[in-house]
Design a binder for this molecule. Structure first.
Ligand SMILES: [Zn+2]
Length: 62
């Protein structure tokens, strides 16, 4: 399942604008909602971090 890439602003800290970004989901903070977009380098960083998190959650013994 592919999500569409659109041109927009990255929300993940690189502060780039008018780049290809992908929608990751809504951000909820203090009762407000905002769309959360990430560019490809930031998405790769996030995916690596998420993967490390999943590996930690996995039971050590099989
Ligand atoms: Zn970015």
């Amino acid at each position: 399942m592919e999500r569409p890439w659109i041109t927009g602003d990255c929300w993940l800290g690189c502060e780039r604008t008018e780049v290809l970004v992908i929608w990751l989901g809504p951000v909820q903070w203090d009762g407000q909602h905002a769309p959360f977009y990430a560019c490809e380098p930031c998405l790769d960083r996030l995916k690596a971090q998420a993967l490390a998190y999943f590996m930690e959650q996995r039971p050590a013994s099989a």
